[in-house]
Design a protein around this ligand. Structure first.
Ligand code: MN
Length: 316
């Protein structure tokens, strides 16, 4: 075989270009009453991005009528939950006694460790529109039985670049460090691209990344995404192009998660991140028997644990 072109073009192949972007479709899921979410992680073909092991994108929804988001008390083990809003507010309560309204630009970071319970609901007097992300971070073996804790970060570092504004939600970017305490090398960035020709985000070659388009169609490293799609970029890149949709010069927001590929095998079921079926079964029994500490002043009774699957729980 030979290339029969009369004027063959020179093609540069760099490692950054050899690696393809995977675009993965969300599953639709319901959380509590009336809030439908796009579940972007975990997926059959992608369990985690770094230690990020769960990613729901919900809204924008009009919650001015009805109950809005109502997630009654439920337990977690072995993870941190990170809550991030683009619009609206959510009231968090937990079994440590925390009561915290979260607003756009603020981070709620709850460390479940060996066990915690919490509830999340649309607060009274809320804005009409609710739009946000719910993320989980798997705790590594050394930290997964840590004491539960809750942190609210109202002020996060913001990096202003010519073509974008970047809020450093988790980890570090351009020398700016988030105050959020995590237990593995991670990044969480809200990137607001001003529009036009887009923005080149500097990234770490030792991290893999996932990118969510917050507002509408957009492109990530040349791949078209939009709400309901996750772009996955394997480790090895040093920059990622974030652009509004082709033909659009409107601003576009992205949420970028990244981390060192998580080497530990996980077993996730319901709200638990563990390693073995026995741990999951015990956590479920502890919740069913009321052995988790209660969420005081919750607006709804605790969620009952679903039945365990008929087959054996297996780490994936
Ligand atoms: Mn939860």
């Amino acid at each position: 075989m030979s290339n029969l072109e009369r004027a063959p073009e020179a093609i540069t192949i760099s490692p950054a270009l050899v690696r393809a972007v995977d675009v993965l479709e969300a599953r639709k899921a319901a959380i509590g009453d009336g809030t439908e979410v796009r579940r972007l992680l975990p997926q059959q073909v992608l369990r985690t991005v770094g230690a990020w092991c769960f990613l729901d994108h919900y809204g924008p929804d009009n919650v001015s009528r009805g109950t809005g988001m109502q997630v009654p008390p439920h337990p977690h083990i072995g993870l941190q939950t990170a809550s991030w809003l683009f619009e609206g507010n959510v009231l968090h309560r937990d079994s440590l006694g925390s009561r915290q309204v979260i607003r756009p630009g603020e981070l709620n970071l709850m460390t479940a460790g060996r066990g915690i319970a919490h509830s999340e609901e649309s607060a009274r007097g809320r804005p009409a529109i609710l739009h946000g992300l719910q993320l989980w971070i798997a705790l590594p073996e050394a930290d997964r039985f840590t004491e539960p804790s809750f942190a609210h970060h109202a002020v996060l570092p913001v990096v202003h670049e010519t073509a974008a504004t970047i809020t450093v939600v988790v980890g570090e970017h351009r020398g700016e460090q988030s105050p959020a305490q995590v237990h593995t090398p991670l990044a969480g960035l809200e990137v607001a691209v001003r529009g036009g020709d887009g923005f080149t985000l500097q990234v770490r070659p030792d991290f893999e990344y996932g990118v969510v388009a917050v507002d509408g169609p957009a492109t990530v490293a040349g791949a078209r995404i939009g709400p309901g799609l996750l772009a996955h970029l394997p480790a090895g890149l040093s920059a990622v192009e974030l652009r509004p949709a082709p033909g659009s010069r409107d601003p576009a927001r992205f949420f970028v998660i990244g981390g060192e590929p998580f080497g530990e095998r996980l077993l996730m079921w319901w709200n638990f991140v563990a390693r073995t079926a026995e741990e999951i079964t015990r956590a479920r029994e502890d919740w069913a028997a009321g052995r988790f500490p209660p969420v005081r002043n919750a607006s709804a009774p605790p969620l009952p644990a679903p039945a365990l699957p008929a087959g054996r729980l297996r780490p994936r």
